[in-house]
Design a protein around this ligand. Structure first.
Ligand code: PNS
Length: 164
């Protein structure tokens, strides 16, 4: 079994992430999607919320597991005993940071290989940050995120709305 780790903040998971998971599944026997506990200092969704959204979204995708990790990615790679790390590359602007991270991880552990996958063009401009902003301001994010995420963003917005 050759498995790969797909790490990220997933705050929240987008259709772009789902596209990358599906592409990765065609290359590996299994994908472990891991939510980084400390990646984002001020996340909209708690780790347990991000995990349950990912589980709901990945339900019915055989070979996909969802977990969290705290600490260094290279340690998670060892712990989950995977062959590679998957990262999505949307545009050239992603490349510099991703290249730096991949090379740093490889310097920390020579066995840590990173595989970059490009989401389809329909998803190449998506970012969790923009989706949160649009949803918070009342815009329609349903073309960009799975249905459970639309519901979760709506309920956050309602919950966070100031009292009239
Ligand atoms: O979805 P993101 O925010 O782009 O994911 C970034 C993430 C979580 C993959 C990255 O921040 C990470 O690997 N964090 C774990 C800590 C670590 O290993 N840092 C050194 C990487 S060079």
């Amino acid at each position: 079994m050759r498995k790969a780790l797909f790490p990220g903040s997933f705050d929240p998971v987008t259709n772009g992430h789902v596209d990358v998971i599906k592409r990765a599944l065609s290359l590996f026997d299994g994908i472990i999607v891991v939510v980084a506990v400390n990646a984002e200092k001020n996340p909209m969704f708690r780790v347990d919320e991000r995990l349950s959204l990912l589980r709901e979204v990945c339900e019915g995708m055989p070979g996909v597991e969802v977990a969290s990790f705290d600490g260094l990615l290279v340690e998670a790679v060892r712990e989950f005993n995977v062959a590679a790390v998957i990262r999505g590359l949307r545009a050239i602007s992603d490349f510099e940071y991703e290249f730096q991270m991949a090379m740093m991880n490889r310097s920390l552990d020579e066995r840590c290989e990173t595989v970059f996958l490009m989401p389809g063009p329909a998803h190449s401009f998506l970012s969790s940050r923009m989706i949160k902003e649009i949803a918070t301001l009342g815009g329609d994010v349903s073309p960009f995120v799975p249905a459970p995420v639309v519901r979760a963003l709506t309920s956050k917005r309602n919950g966070n709305a100031p009292l009239a």
